[in-house]
Write a protein that binds this ligand. Structure first.
Ligand code: PLP
Length: 484
């Protein structure tokens, strides 16, 4: 299967190349040339088999150059004994017509694990498929959860090094501690001044630095990304939507707490493959750039950036939207290129009427502010005794507003990743000690704290480097090289 750039400026790649490159050289994102349709037998197999087997089936459809043995090694390694729930993505009923799809049972307690347990394995297999003997330097900007999940996924994977850039004042206490305590010989973490968009922009600058790439090449090293611009991040996320929809026995609407538009886009691809997916609801926090876009067709990033209770969605530039624009313009790169050029020049663009009506036929959008988020955590707990994290709460509030029947709310993080916000919402008062919040919430709810979060209290802080906005690019490049 060939992969195209959404901006049409590079030759088609195969899946292995798309995964290794991360982003296309013309600045576009890779998309598969055709979206494979599932046969009835394949649908049945995805619904009934183990999670790892379902993932293997889906990966094979998109990566035909990989051998069955290579694919099976990826999926068995990623989804056997790595999650604290053998179902990987359990669907838990909440109330009439609403269920939670819990995606946070992996090693770092956020949904990013589902993809980032698979991605290092897909990357090493991609090297084999391409016959390359190279090292891989992974650079990732994070709004909180990707960074830790990438560190955990790539930790001590032979032939790789991983460098994470995070906004030093823009992540939760637990998220920060998770990253600063990361062990492993091939990991580096840098706290940067600014917000996620600044970190992401710096990462993109490093990717575009030809001289730097040449320096790495001279050392037999490729530069790649673990962000959801990488097709290898999106592909594993399609699996849980397919499985959930195919197991449901009816059409399912998904409500997805959205930031970079990666997770919800995976649901779109599941629909294209023939799963009974109905409407997709994009739930945003106060940074409502996507809600406004889906409702009006105007994407305008020139607006204040708010720090919210759901920091992994504090984003104004949603990279993966570009893939949707490409799909909905009948895979014509020209209009996409023009819109992206407008975005980088003027900070805004307007989709034409045809595009907007196609978007609105598939997607609905709601934004939810912090008071509503807290209120939702609180009422959910006292009605069901179930703790939900602030990202999930944004989606649950959007679900209530949508009025759809048979909705699955995508639950993207363990409530214990955001213990202060969750405690405040439920108890009605602040407690600054995050670990005390963990204990109290555990006592209130009976939900066990994941071991990986409980132990953060005593682990040593290993990565305390921070840098000013102007120095991010050289500091990141030096870190990447130091891991070679
Ligand atoms: C990353 C993340 C999101 C947003 O997902 P996107 O794919 O960026 O839209 C939502 N919730 C949590 C907890 C996350 O970590």
């Amino acid at each position: 299967m060939r992969y195209l750039s959404t901006r049409g400026g590079v030759a088609a790649a195969n899946g292995a190349q798309a995964i290794l490159n991360g982003i296309a050289q013309d600045g576009g994102l890779y998309v598969p040339e055709t979206v494979p349709l599932l046969s009835d037998a394949e649908k049945a197999a995805i619904a009934r088999g183990s999670y790892a087997d379902a993932a293997a089936l889906v990966f094979r459809k998109f990566l035909p150059e990989f051998s069955d043995a290579q694919i099976n090694a990826c999926t068995a390694g990623a989804y056997t004994d790595t999650f604290d729930d053998a179902r990987i993505a359990p669907l838990v009923p909440l109330d009439t017509g609403t269920a939670l799809l819990e995606l946070w049972h992996g090693p770092t307690a956020a949904f990013k694990d589902v993809a980032l347990q698979a991605l290092p394995r897909l990357m090493t297999a991609s090297l084999e498929v391409s016959g390359l003997r190279k090292k891989i330097a992974v650079l990732t900007a994070t709004s909180g959860d990707t960074g830790k999940a990438a560190l955990a996924g790539f930790r001590d994977v032979a032939g790789t090094g991983v460098t994470v850039l995070y906004p030093k004042d823009g992540v939760s206490v637990m998220q920060k501690r998770q990253m600063l305590t990361q062990r492993g010989k091939n990991v580096a973490v840098l706290g940067v001044e600014g917000n996620f968009d600044d970190a992401q922009t710096a990462a993109k600058t490093v990717f575009g630095d030809e001289a730097f790439r040449a320096r790495l090449m001279a050392k037999d090293c490729l530069l790649s990304s673990a962000n959801s611009i990488n097709w290898g991040r999106l592909l594993p996320q399609i699996v849980y939507y397919l499985r959930t929809a195919l197991q449901a026995g009816g059409t399912v609407d998904f409500i997805v707490p959205t930031g970079n538009f990666g997770n919800i886009l995976a649901a779109y691809y599941a629909r294209r493959m023939g799963a009974p997916v109905g409407r997709l609801v994009c739930a945003s926090n106060r940074n409502s750039v996507l809600t406004d876009f889906i409702r009006t067709g105007v994407y305008d990033s020139r607006r204040p950036f708010y720090r919210t209770l759901s920091p992994s969605m504090d984003i104004l530039i949603s990279s993966n939207l570009e893939r949707l624009l490409f799909e909905l313009s009948d895979r014509d790169a020209e209009p996409v290129k023009a819109l992206m050029a407008e975005l980088s020049k003027n900070g805004r663009y307007r989709a034409d009427a045809r595009m907007l009506s196609r978007i609105q036929a598939l997607f609905a959008a709601f934004c939810v502010d912090d008071p509503r988020t807290e209120e939702t955590i609180k009422t959910c707990f006292w009605a069901t005794y179930r703790l939900i994290d602030p990202h999930t709460a944004v989606a649950l509030a959007a679900r209530r507003a949508s009025g759809f029947e048979n909705a699955v709310v995508v639950s993207t993080a363990s409530p214990y990743k955001f213990p202060r916000a969750v405690y405040r919402a439920i108890a009605g008062r602040d407690e600054t000690d995050a670990f005390l919040c963990l204990d109290r919430l555990e006592a209130l709810s009976g939900l066990p704290v994941p071991k990986a979060l409980a132990e953060l209290k005593t682990l040593p802080l290993l990565h305390t480097k921070e840098c000013a906005a102007a120095d991010i690019v050289p500091a990141a490049e030096a870190m990447i090289e130091s891991l070679l």
